[in-house]
Design a binder for this molecule. Structure first.
Ligand code: BTN
Length: 242
């Protein structure tokens, strides 16, 4: 496994996508950085991480479309992989907040940004970007974020964790077509606030209540609304308020 370790870069996802255009990289090439200066989050948000304290890395999966039968299967398997590693470290109260935030004790400790690139031969390569808050202690201004250290009061070895997560990812993605149901079950059983009433906001900033009942195979959030209707919402259509 090739691990490219950088001191500083704008975004490991962008760097790996660019490098993959310029040369032939092997499957599961990893790019990790001490400091990420312009980390990208979901929906055009920023991913901010204190240099040297956390994991910010990207993993290349080549010809990824052969792995999945629905577009969201890869997200599910990646979120479950991170969850499994954190479970093995005995991190308490882990959840996946739709679509793929990693929470511990209801605070966000990790985020995943998956980007697909179509190549000239029509095949799709996927860059899986993962940010995990590990040893950072100060989250002033970010009351809904936390780190492993703040939760279990000990330091973690970043290299050891990186290797563990990449190995888990590799093993799970290789099993994806066969174990798809298992990953979906695990994803749903850890879904934050499933079967509980929650407040949401639509694009026009209208607030409404709904009960999360699941996630559709194309990654939309399934809700039962106050009028008892069932509706699905894409990431761009809804914001969860909590
Ligand atoms: C989110 O929760 O909004 C997703 C955050 C993803 C952050 C990671 S850090 C490594 C990789 N490079 C990026 O620019 N983003 C992802």
């Amino acid at each position: 496994m090739l691990v490219i370790k950088l001191n500083a870069i704008d975004s490991t996802n962008d760097y790996l996508k660019q490098l993959n255009k310029e040369k032939t990289l092997s499957d599961y090439t990893v790019v990790t950085t001490f400091s990420q200066t312009k980390g990208k989050g979901q929906m055009g948000s920023n991913w901010i991480s204190e240099p040297g304290k956390n994991l910010t890395f990207s993993v290349l999966v080549k010809d990824s479309v052969t792995l999945q039968s629905s577009i969201f299967d890869c997200n599910v398997a990646v979120a479950v992989s991170v969850l499994e590693v954190l479970q093995s470290l005995k991190i308490p109260n882990l959840n996946i907040k739709w679509p793929n935030d990693i929470l511990a004790e209801s605070k966000k400790i990790g985020g995943i940004l998956i980007e697909n690139s179509i190549k000239a031969d029509g095949m799709i390569d996927t860059v899986i970007g993962i940010g995990l808050n590990i040893n950072q202690e100060d989250f002033s201004g970010l009351p809904s974020a936390s780190s492993l250290k703040n939760i279990v009061e000990k330091d973690f070895d970043l290299e050891f964790l990186l290797e563990k997560i990449v190995n888990q990812l590799k093993s799970n993605l290789n099993k994806l077509p066969l174990r798809k149901e298992f990953f979906w079950e695990k994803y749903k059983s850890h879904l934050f606030k499933i079967n509980q009433p929650m407040a949401f906001e639509d694009l026009n900033q209208n607030r409404f209540m709904g009960i999360i009942t699941g996630v559709s195979s194309d990654g939309k959030l399934e809700l039962v609304l106050e009028d008892d209707s069932c509706q699905t919402f894409g990431l761009k259509e809804i914001r969860m308020l909590y």
